[in-house]
Ligand binder design. Structure first.
Ligand SMILES: [Zn+2]
Length: 148
């Protein structure tokens, strides 16, 4: 499950799976991205948030689109995705002794965007926000130590 930006939740909440009509839940989000949309008539380019969704009932994948505020560009959308990810990460880590400032400062976001712009891979970004996936070593260890 991936956290989706607050502004975009209404584009997934109270909708239904296009395959089985099961009501959607925020838990089914498996992907977040940006899509470019070009108006065929005017040639104007705009951007929307893509929300990849896997239905918990029929397990089929569909994509919902979130329409950002007027004038929001692709970077604004990416920024809001990152904010949601960071907020989610920091709410799961309970750091003792630190103040409960859950609000992300502008500088933190700027730093993050800098990393994003310079990162060669998405893994680097994940590492930066402390969300890098551990390899499967732990699973191996468990496999080597069956119930005793
Ligand atoms: Zn379904």
């Amino acid at each position: 499950m991936l956290p989706i930006p607050k502004w975009a939740q209404k584009y997934l909440k109270f909708r239904e799976c296009p395959y089985c009509e099961q009501p959607t839940t925020l838990r089914g989000v498996t992907g977040l991205g940006v899509r470019e949309q070009k108006d065929e008539e005017t040639g104007t380019v705009s951007y929307v948030l893509t929300i990849e969704y896997v239905c918990c009932a029929c397990e089929k994948k569909s994509v919902f689109l979130g329409q950002p505020e007027d004038g929001a560009n692709h970077l604004d959308i990416v920024e809001s995705i990152l904010e949601a990810l960071i907020r989610n990460e920091s709410s799961q880590k309970s750091l003792p002794g630190k103040g409960n400032s859950s609000k992300i400062s502008k500088k933190e976001v700027d730093d993050l965007l800098k990393v994003l712009n310079n990162a060669k891979s998405f893994d680097e970004v994940l590492k930066y926000i402390g969300a890098n996936r551990e390899p499967l070593e732990q699973d191996d260890e468990e496999a080597n130590n069956p119930d005793q």
